[in-house]
Write a protein that binds this ligand. Structure first.
Ligand code: TRP
Length: 81
């Protein structure tokens, strides 16, 4: 991975309900879960993509902010979001 903004930019995840899962997925040929973080309502995680982490999956209702903008993930029960 080249030393671009991908490695220096932070993204912010704020849980909008209890039990939000932030799951880190590995970089490279094998894409697997390597880390799971649980956030309760109001808790904030500030993270970067790294040489170990190339993707993040978020389960539950959360607000996600990055240099690309802002998006809200849907709640676990919601079907339309
Ligand atoms: N040890 C992991 C890493 O350096 C920690 C990590 C960084 C992480 N960014 C993440 C875990 C995003 C979950 C989601 O890659």
């Amino acid at each position: 991975m080249s030393e671009t903004s991908a490695k220096t930019d932070f993204f912010i995840i704020k849980a909008l309900e209890d039990g939000v899962n932030v799951i880190g997925l590995t970089r490279g040929t094998n894409t697997r879960f390597h880390h799971s973080e649980n956030l309760d309502k109001g808790e904030v995680m500030i993270a970067q993509f790294t040489e170990h982490t190339s993707a993040v999956k978020i389960r539950g209702k959360a607000l996600i902010k990055s240099a690309h903008g802002e998006i809200e993930s849907g709640g676990k029960e919601s079907t339309s979001e």
